[in-house]
Design a protein around this ligand. Structure first.
Ligand SMILES: C[S@@+](CC[C@H](N)C(=O)[O-])C[C@H]1O[C@@H](n2cnc3c(N)ncnc32)[C@H](O)[C@@H]1O
Length: 237
């Protein structure tokens, strides 16, 4: 499952196939998104990122810090199994593990993002997999699932939150930050390359999460002085 960068398995990144039992959920981020993030990570590696130590511990849901509730939004995670979908460099996950005492699992579909994360956080549980594939093949209980501008928001929401709901314990928590709709363009650019973000209003997130079996859905705005703003959502099982 874990295709390393430069392994020549770029075909594995197409992400458009579906897995049996997924209800038609694409197992990957889709060809555009995964290519964008892989290219981004390779550029960072070429710029020497693997040799750079991580910065000071931090957990951030936002880009600017405005209205950012930090890791407190996850509650007490001591001893809990916490999964981040789309962990990137793993800095947020490291905070949850090192400062919060969680058993953390970081999942990212981009092999080079995972390579960056492993260089920063050796010994961490970091998996190179699409979010849906991970949820369909992992079997241990998940107490908390979160995503910071990660898989939630970068793939179709309904099938993904349905899978997450299926895998979360009761009680369990899903928390994520995504781009807010409205002033944002449908396809914001990343370093000049287009990625596809799936945008929903707070009302639409609430509706689709309740339909998937979540309760106590709460939404809040952050990065409010910026365009686009950020939406932070929590939902409980
Ligand atoms: C904007 S970055 C955020 C990274 C990290 N959460 C952070 O805040 O620094 C989005 C990440 O999500 C990953 N990603 C996108 N879609 C994914 C999917 N379906 N499954 C797993 N990872 C995904 C990308 O490879 C990328 O590393």
């Amino acid at each position: 499952m874990d295709a390393g960068p430069g392994s020549g398995r770029h075909g594995d990144l197409s992400g458009t196939a579906t897995l049996a039992g997924s209800g038609g959920v694409p197992v990957g981020a889709g060809p555009v998104n995964v290519t964008v993030w892989e290219r981004h990570a390779r550029a960072r590696i070429a710029a020497g990122d693997l040799l750079r130590p991580p910065g000071p511990p931090r957990f951030s849901w936002t880009r600017t810090g405005t209205g950012d509730p930090g890791a407190a939004l996850l509650g007490d995670v001591t001893g809990k199994r916490v999964v981040e979908l789309g962990c990137g460099t793993g800095d947020n996950l490291a905070y949850v593990v090192d400062q919060g005492g969680a058993r953390g699992v970081g999942v990212d579909e981009s092999p080079s993002q995972i390579r960056r994360a492993r260089a920063r956080w050796p010994g961490f549980d970091l998996r190179c997999a699409g979010a849906a594939r991970f949820l369909l093949t992992d079997s241990e209980p998940i107490h908390v699932c979160y995503s910071v501008f990660g898989a939630v928001g970068l793939m179709p929401a309904v099938p993904l939150v349905t899978l997450i709901r299926r895998r979360l314990t009761v009680p369990g928590l899903l928390a994520f930050s995504v781009r807010a709709p409205g002033r944002v363009r449908a396809t914001p650019t990343l370093r000049g390359t287009r990625g596809r973000w799936y945008l929903h209003s707070p009302q639409a997130w609430t509706r689709l999460l309740c339909n998937a079996g979540f309760s106590d859905v709460q939404t809040r705005d952050a990065d409010t002085a910026e365009t686009p703003t950020t939406l932070i959502v929590t939902a409980r099982t």
